[in-house]
Write a protein that binds this ligand. Sequence first.
Ligand code: NAD
Length: 506
Amino acid sequence: MTLEAKAPLPKLSKPKDTEMPEARHYKLLINGEWVDGSTGEEVAVHSPVTGEIIGYYPKASKEDIDRAVKAAREAEEKYRLMPPFERAALMHRIAEAIDRNREKLARLKSLENGKPYEAEALPCVDETAENFRIAAEDVKRLESAIIPSRDGNKRIFTFYRPYGVWTTITPWNFPTLIPSETLAPGLAAGNVIIFKPSEYAPLSGLAMAEAMMEADLPPGIIQCIPGEGPTVGDWLVSHEGVDAIAFTGSDRTGRIIASRAGLKHLLLEMGGNGPTIILDDADLEKAAELTAFGCFYEAGQVCCATERILVHKNIHEEFVELMLEQARQVVLGDPMDENVTMGPLCNEMTARKMERHIADAVEKGAKLLYGGKRAEGYPTDLYYEPTVIDLVPEDALISHEESFGPLAAISVGEDDDDLIRLANIDRYGLQMGLFTSSIRRAFYFADRLRTGNLVINDNTDYWEPHVPFGGAGGTVSGHGRIGGKYTMLDMVYLNTVVLDFMNVRD
Ligand code: NAD
């Protein structure tokens, strides 16, 4: 094989017409009611799949945020005292409502986001509902300690209390699933939440809130106001009536939020640049298949996508050939077509980043083997070819920044310790992968890789919703944990009650 030889262009599926639903005018959810924004203006939402307008949402003002915060504070007084088993029942009703709206939510996701409907959008809605079921179970077992006291007349109790009024600010890549990761445990634990969906997936967020309201929720415990980060997002983050912030998004925004939040409690889940390491004793065919999944699933727009591939030099050429075979099998096209395995990128910003990263790597000596540009002949120019690039040098942007696109970026390591060194240049430390047949080597790597999560012998997107997920200490991927009871524990505080049972009238 000649590494320099550019492979044939990807085989692209023929774009077909996606049937468009009528573009609806959505409303904001404030204090249990669907209302227009006080600006009287609307924002049109364009689909990356077709380029057409798929709906409108009201443009919110600071006044709308003030109203929502006031309603949240009032709702919180009562809701926090609702018995946990009643809150658990509410979570089950929300899960059922999401199930009922499954197809509608998935279709909107596909159109707003570009996710293949069958393979990615539907499972994503199912996981959203699952998060509410998990939270319902977790809150029933949110047990706290009774602490032995030095004074024999005292009893010391601890209680988990909800933090209060939260804002949940989310990205566009999993527009109902990621919100549910904090809405479900947060609401189950007695918090009230103002949810701000991404400006790139506002309709999915509003449609999810509509489904949640079918569960007959008390007014004000969940409110939904989409809008741009520097306005709506910032008004929420800096509002004195908001107690805590759950943010998922880029580290750039995370830093801004941390600087604007003052002393508010923060749960920050940010980006990743995690490598997958392929050792010379791995099952290479399986490793290539699963690594390609990590690169091309959701067109690579996942925080735990396989951003880099670090290959042991002994198997480098063979592995590159296998990755090319995998890339050739990707079918790019209309996400509503069940034969399509990859849809368009969600937005122009992501496409430009791919272009910048690929140009930079090639300039620094990497070899572009496959793809590497926007695909032609599609309804929008957000359809990006699955891309394989080899011999990516250490100083390339790809080695240090999240690319967030359909990219298999391969680098070579001399031996195990060199591979560990290359892996640990990742400043995010969110998720890494490793393929090996040796238990000894698996643990050698597990003990040395600086990552919050490591997947051995499967793709880096592998996860289960009740498992803790988040970055390693000392990295820029945030703090706190996403996943079932671990998130719930981040959304409550421990309250200590000391009782003296002798200082009472008998
Ligand atoms: P982003 O940071 O641009 O935006 C995320 C959210 O923050 C949006 O709702 C946006 O409107 C809001 N925002 C922007 N500026 C703000 C400000 N000044 N104040 C308040 N809010 C503001 O991220 P994105 O492009 O939407 O999403 C992609 C990023 O999300 C990637 O870096 C990806 O890795 C990360 N992500 C992380 C996880 C995780 O669990 N760690 C999961 C999914 C995505």
